[in-house]
Ligand binder design. Structure first.
Ligand SMILES: C[S@@+](CC[C@H](N)C(=O)[O-])C[C@H]1O[C@@H](n2cnc3c(N)ncnc32)[C@H](O)[C@@H]1O
Length: 291
């Protein structure tokens, strides 16, 4: 049987084949709509490629064929931050850079709401996995705010910032999220905060347990993370965990086993979890109130 295609359909066929022929057709003067078609198909093609990449990552991870090592992943983190900060954030994110170096930046409203404190009170916040420059606002009018920022790369960050040079508003001190009680007494902070860091740690459940231990009773652990970074980053380097929000539960997975944070900490905390969007990506926000 011979298939006969109409003239416009014949023009369209190569477009279905691959990106290269799509590009060629878009340059063809006889097919001026090609460029428009190519542009409108681009987001769809990007989405398909991402889905394929993530499905492959999920399958390989389940088979135990994909994974990174925490210790060997740390140097890349340091390199990332040096590159991001050395030109004043221009090649990374200028507005983020400005916020992190602004001494007048107020403590974020969503965090203030979690800290019941009288005017004039001392408020102590622990930022876990803070990176070289904590994201937290540096003052709270009417309160005496003390921020303690910790990170396993504290020494390397200090040397890197001195090289650039950038003077951090809050010096970062050494601690692993999983071992906070080695450095701080139990029940000593009004809030423990982690952004984009526990999914880089080697044991996020142990980290949450330690964060709960160092906050005072009835105080909060606040966790802000991009969703499912393990899968998105193909479980490379420090990206070994998926964080997700499922029916108000905070769910942590290594790509093989899933852990409900609500169930895991039911005797020590009340957990709520939601998803929002930031920097064009879904973000999981979990709040754990210590019982
Ligand atoms: C992507 S950065 C995020 C930094 C900062 N919190 C922010 O929001 O920009 C991840 C940070 O997590 C830190 N990290 C990795 N493993 C950790 C662990 N076990 N305990 C605490 N922090 C850790 C890394 O050193 C790095 O500084």
């Amino acid at each position: 049987m011979v298939l006969r295609f109409s003239q416009p359909l014949r023009k369209l066929l190569p477009l279905l084949n691959c990106r290269e022929s799509l590009r060629k057709e878009s340059r063809n003067r006889n097919f001026p709509g090609g460029l428009f078609l190519m542009k409108s198909l681009r987001p769809f093609a990007r989405k398909c490629r991402r889905l394929l990449r993530e499905t492959r990552a999920r399958m390989l991870r389940r088979l135990g064929l994909l994974g990174g090592d925490w210790t060997t992943g740390l140097p890349a983190e340091l390199q990332f931050w040096e590159k991001a900060l050395k030109d004043g954030g221009r090649s990374w994110n200028e507005s983020e850079y400005r916020k992190r170096t602004d001494p007048k930046l107020e403590l974020q409203e969503e965090l203030k709401q979690l800290i019941p404190s009288a005017p004039g009170a001392l408020v102590r916040i622990l930022d876990v996995g803070a990176g070289p420059l904590t994201t937290l606002g540096k003052h709270w009018p009417g309160r005496n705010l003390e921020i303690v920022a910790v990170d396993p790369l504290a020494e390397q960050y200090a040397a890197m910032l001195a090289r650039i040079p950038v003077r951090p508003l809050v010096p970062v001190v050494f601690a692993h999220a999983e071992k906070l009680l080695d450095h701080f007494p139990a029940n000593s902070f009004d809030l423990a905060h982690a952004s984009n860091s526990l999914d880089h740690s080697y044991d996020p459940l142990a980290a949450i347990s330690q964060m709960l231990a160092v906050v005072k009773p009835c105080c909060y652990v606040y966790l802000w993370h991009f969703s499912n970074e393990g899968t998105h980053e193909s479980f490379s380097g420090l990206h070994q965990w998926n964080f997700d929000s499922v029916k108000n539960d905070f769910v942590i997975s290594d790509g093989k086993a899933r852990h409900s944070v609500t169930a895991q900490f039911k005797l020590t905390a009340k957990v709520t979890c939601e998803t929002m969007e930031a920097f064009g990506k879904p973000v999981v926000i979990a709040k754990l109130k210590k019982i």
